[in-house]
Design a protein around this ligand. Structure first.
Ligand code: SER
Length: 878
């Protein structure tokens, strides 16, 4: 076979399928777009999923690509075998409802036998056991010898994406026979696990869609998805023993050998380290290029893990720090032609790698030392499982990704108490969350120091919602970062911004920060005491990096609504001082979109009349359309103007004075509208007390009023419906209903009295003579109120009666007891009787001699409690 370089094979493949009318597309990003089921792209077809399902229309019915892929499920194996890679390239040709099995098979055969000129007698093909059609095409149309064909089961010849969700179907695989010397025995055959028959091309006849619950729904249109691992086919064509001996891989390994001053093929441990570094630097360059940044979560964690694992193996080879940054250049050289982006972004990629290397460099030696000491201790004490807290310390203080720790432990047959480690992680997450909530910046002290150096943020948002700025720092996952990628949560610091940061009661703006490479959705903005604005949010497209020039786009309608409410707050304060007196001082406020909450000093609840007056005054000023002015001036001058300041607040030399006509003049840093008319309308929706001497008024403005009206109208409409009447009749209908209810209650009360009396008379007849009194002790079906009424009635009818009622409700016992006047004279005591009975049902209570009640927890003891009354009573009678 012709010795073909990896880059040459890629080009021949894409060209071949272009000659079969395929559209050649560049590789898609490793970060899936609009696909939450995948963290990273694992196969050539993955970025095309929506074309396969028909959700989107492909740019052409036939496409060919060489796709960057990453496999992450067995990172720890990479290096130890010759066939595991994290990063690899997958060649593929795809048909979306266009050609199907016949062409896919025929072209695949043409490519391998004619373009790559692989000898037919060394090729074998498998088909899905039930796929007679494919078998027929391979043997009849293409002419593969039947003894080179194999049928295999679902496990081997039915392809599904790792997550199980998405397009799938039966497949055919092409194998290359590397020769008998690689055979595992006389039964060696394609599909067995040894190194003789290498599967290198998978042709999937995609005709189903798995909904995620193993329901295979037929796809409307049948598709073709083929995938050929580029490194693997290069390995075959170059007739080398492993993926790591392919030309492009060797170039990297060679460079590492030079750096380390070692040679290949002498020491198995060295081989492992060389393979790890070679694989990981490729993955690293590609991941960073596609916008992944090292971090402790998700994709960022994978990158960090790869980088730090490689850094450790660099140490094992005796290479000092910084070598990965240098090694990236070799990747640029070998892959730059196929992936021009890595050249375009090479400076950036180097910077990200260098920073991560530097970060780990500070702690790696100390961490490795600590870990090896710990392993020695464990050996000495016969322990084999490391504490979670130790691994957490390595992670938290020394930056060791937990999987790296586990791997190092594993090298000496130790394991980690992973659960305990996760507990430590969760505790830390909670701490970080609390810290964020409190605004105490939730990152390490090193980082906080670096942030202190940054200049104050310039706020340019008073006059415009859109502006520009530069990213000065990024915080994510508790540390400073060079950049953030898709789906990552972060906090951005800019040199200047149009986003208002929460202060003076006004909440922060929301919106978007964007540049050409990415977008960031801002969900909250706060500021540090030293005036740095913290834009919190999430990356929704691409990446953002330190140094990026960005556009700041505040959500304008929301900002307008906030400014309306803020204007209303000022008008409200002035009105309150006019109506209630100048003792009114602002004690706090919250200004949100079309909603304001204003706390102020005042001693009594506002009367309806006062509320109406305040509301009317505010609305009058709104309708006067007073224009607003916002001016910076020296504090003294502002005071002379009579501007209202916040009690106890310290102001700087210059202040911002916000005025609406002569009506309102306040010191205020918030955002405002330029004319009161824009508030629309103001309505008070609540009034109450906050603390002694502090009242609160809540109001709505603008569209908030409209919403309020709508809600109230809806309530009235629903009430009318419930009363089965029209909106105009609802008041009348409610009055009639209330009157009816009153009448009916009277009737019911009368009837209940009669029923009770009748019951009572029956009970009296059944009374038992104890001493000189008549004892009634009975379980009844009534609430406490009714039991008391019945007791009262009995006592009134007969003064020698002693009555004890017990009832069960909601699993609890209630007891009510009464003694007639003569019974009391004879020594009966309701309080004592009920106390004794309650003790039996697991409760307590007591009361007066003539009347008492109690409760208990054990209904099953109620009969016993009621039966005990007789003896207790007999004992207390004189
Ligand atoms: N999707 C199949 C694979 O990954 C063919 O491209 O092997």
């Amino acid at each position: 076979m012709e010795h073909l370089g990896l880059n040459e094979i890629r080009e021949r493949y894409l060209k071949f399928f272009e000659s079969k009318q395929h559209l050649r597309l560049p590789s898609f990003s490793l970060i899936p777009e609009n696909d939450k089921t995948l963290l990273l792209i694992p196969a050539g077809m993955a970025p095309l999923k929506s074309y396969f399902t028909g959700e989107q229309t492909p740019p052409a019915p036939r496409i060919t690509t060489c796709q960057k892929c990453i496999h992450t499920n067995d990172i720890e194996n990479v290096g130890f075998t010759a066939r595991h890679l994290t990063f690899f390239e997958m060649l593929g040709n795809f048909s979306f409802g266009d050609y199907f099995k016949l062409e896919a098979i025929a072209w695949a055969w043409e490519f391998v036998t004619q373009v790559l000129e692989m000898p037919e007698d060394r090729l074998y093909v498998s088909v899905y056991e039930k796929d007679d059609e494919a078998m027929e095409i391979w043997t009849k149309n293409v002419g593969v010898a039947p003894d080179h064909m194999f049928r295999m089961g679902k496990a081997d010849n039915f392809w599904e994406i790792g997550t199980g969700v998405g397009p799938c179907g039966p497949c055919s695989e092409i194998y290359f026979d590397r020769g008998e010397q690689y055979a595992c025995g006389p039964d060696c055959h394609p599909g067995c696990d040894c190194d003789r028959f290498v599967e290198f091309w998978n042709l999937v006849f995609t005709q189903f869609e798995n909904d995620g619950h193993d329901n295979y729904l037929p796809l409307a249109k049948k598709n073709i998805d083929t995938g050929m691992g580029l490194e693997r086919i290069a390995c075959i064509m170059q007739e080398v023993g492993s993926l790591f001996e392919v030309d492009t891989m060797t170039a990297i390994t060679q460079r590492v050998c030079e750096m380390a001053g070692v040679e290949r093929g002498h020491d198995p441990k060295t081989e492992i380290s060389l393979r790890i570094i070679t694989d990981h630097i490729r993955a690293t360059v590609m991941l960073v290029c596609d916008g992944v940044h090292p971090s402790n979560e998700g994709r960022g964690y994978i990158l960090r893990r790869l980088l730090r694992r490689a850094a450790r193996h660099g140490r094992l080879l005796g290479i000092r720090s910084g070598f990965l940054t240098e090694l990236a250049d070799t990747v640029f050289e070998i892959s730059g032609k196929a992936y021009p982006q890595i050249i375009e972004k090479s400076d950036y990629i180097r910077r990200v790698i260098r920073l991560e290397e530097e970060r780990f460099d500070k702690t790696i030696d100390a961490g490795l030392k600590l870990l090896s000491e710990h392993i020695d201790e464990m050996k000495a004490s016969g322990k084999t499982v490391m504490d979670g807290a130790e691994a957490f310390k390595l992670y938290d203080t020394f930056g060791f990704p937990v999987d790296l720790t586990v791997e190092i432990l594993g090298e000496q047959d130790f394991t980690l108490d992973r659960e305990a480690f996760e507990r430590c992680m969760n505790e830390q997450r909670d701490r970080a969350r609390d810290a964020r909530k409190k605004h105490a910046l939730g990152w390490g002290s090193d980082d906080a120091g670096a942030l202190k150096q940054l200049p104050e943020t310039v706020f340019t948002g008073y006059t415009s919602c859109t502006g520009t700025g530069k990213v000065l720092a990024i915080l994510s996952g508790g540390e400073t970062r060079e950049g953030v990628g898709m789906d990552e949560e972060a906090t951005l610091l800019l040199d200047s911004t149009t986003f208002y940061a929460e202060s003076g009661g006004q909440i922060g703006d929301t919106g978007v920060i964007e540049c050409d490479t990415g977008s960031f959705r801002v969900t909250d903005v706060t500021k540090t005491p030293d005036h740095k604005f913290l834009h919190s949010g999430v990356v929704t497209r691409g990446t953002l990096s330190v140094g990026d020039s960005v556009r700041t786009l505040v959500d304008e309608p929301r900002r307008q609504a906030i400014s309306r409410a803020h204007c209303a707050a000022h008008l409200l304060q002035a009105a309150l001082r006019l109506v209630l007196g100048t003792h009114v001082e602002q004690a706090g406020s919250l200004v949100e979109p079309d909603r304001v909450r204003f706390d102020f000093t005042h001693f009594a609840a506002l009367t309806d009349d006062e509320k109406a007056k305040v509301e009317a005054l505010v609305n009058e000023e709104i309708l006067k359309a007073l224009s607003g002015s916002m001016t910076e001036m020296p504090t003294d001058e502002a005071k002379k103007l009579g501007a209202i300041a916040l009690f106890g607040e310290k102001y700087g030399k210059t202040v911002r004075v916000v005025r609406y006509g002569d009506y309102s003049c306040e010191l205020c840093g918030g955002t405002h509208i330029d004319n009161t008319a824009k508030v629309g309308l103001f309505r008070i929706v609540g009034e109450g007390s906050v603390a002694a001497g502090v009242r609160r008024v809540e109001g709505v403005t603008g569209l908030g009023v409209l919403e309020l009206l709508k809600t109230r109208e809806d309530t009235i409409a629903r009430t009318a419906m419930a009363l089965k009447t029209s909106v105009s009749e609802v008041e009348h209908a409610a009055e009639i209903m209330a009157a009816t209810v009153r009448e009916q209650k009277q009737t019911i009360d009368g009837l209940s009295g009669k029923i009770a009396r009748a019951e009572v008379e029956g009970l009296l007849k059944s009374a038992k003579a104890v001493g000189g009194v008549k004892l009634i002790s009975a379980k009844v079906n009534a609430d406490l109120e009714r039991m008391r009424t019945m007791c009262d009635i009995l006592r009134d009818i007969d003064t020698t009666v002693v009555v004890m009622f017990g009832a069960v409700a909601d699993g609890k016992v209630q007891l009510s007891c009464a003694c007639g006047a003569d019974a009391v004279k004879m020594g009966a005591h309701a309080g004592k009787l009920v106390k004794a009975a309650a003790a039996i049902v697991g409760g307590g209570g007591g009361g007066r001699p003539d009347s008492a009640s109690a409760g208990g927890r054990n209904p099953e003891k109620l009969d016993e409690a009621l039966a005990s009354v007789e003896a207790n009573l007999a004992a207390m009678l004189k």
